[in-house]
Design a protein around this ligand. Sequence first.
Ligand code: SAM
Length: 218
Amino acid sequence: MEDTYKHKGMRKSLLKILKQKGIKDEAVLQAVYKVPRHFFFENAFLEHAYQDKAFPIGEGQTISQPYTVAFQTELLQLKPGEKVLEIGTGSGYQCCILLEMGARVTTIEFNQNLHNKVKVMLPKMGYNPNFILGDGSKGYTANAPYHKIIVTAAAPFVPGVLIKQLVPGGNLVIPVGDQKLQKMLRIIKTENKTLIKEEFDNFSFVPLLGEHGWKDNE
Ligand code: SAM
């Protein structure tokens, strides 16, 4: 697949929409400009790639809406070189945005087929995070601690185990609520390890499964 001037033009238009919706961080906007989102779409659905909406990626999962990706990334207050854990690799798009911002990313996915697909696709695009298959509701202790943790699925509560895997001064961005609607939270672990909880807008994610997520029959 190619990344043409037409696609770049469509990304410029997408940036305008993101700015109108309140995204201010220039580094986030630049990352959205750099990552060819249409690479994550089948040919038949290419015209959806630069609309500000989520889209099905198979396995009952979605590629998040560009605004949601930009909003969560802005909340992380990422600096180049920081270690980030992304929980819910999904299509891999959010992961590419984090890598474009200079983060060192571990991304964990529960679904074997999505994990297998992204593990092949992202390196072909020049993106090389650590790909992990497993239950991200428990974090990923082997690479911990992290400066930032981003959860891209709906959690029923904030798993304490994720806070433990943050460095002092780090933060966790996580949507918490029921399976229909969640509030975006940012939990800051201060240098003296006290926690500050901030609440932002409502979003709607697919459920976080696993030990500290939703059980199948809930
Ligand atoms: N970040 C993704 C992107 O850029 O396309 C969007 C993620 S999608 C909204 C949520 C993903 O979380 C799904 O791929 C789902 O399989 C995954 N997921 C759900 N529970 C999980 C868990 N416990 N550990 C890891 N991944 C999980």
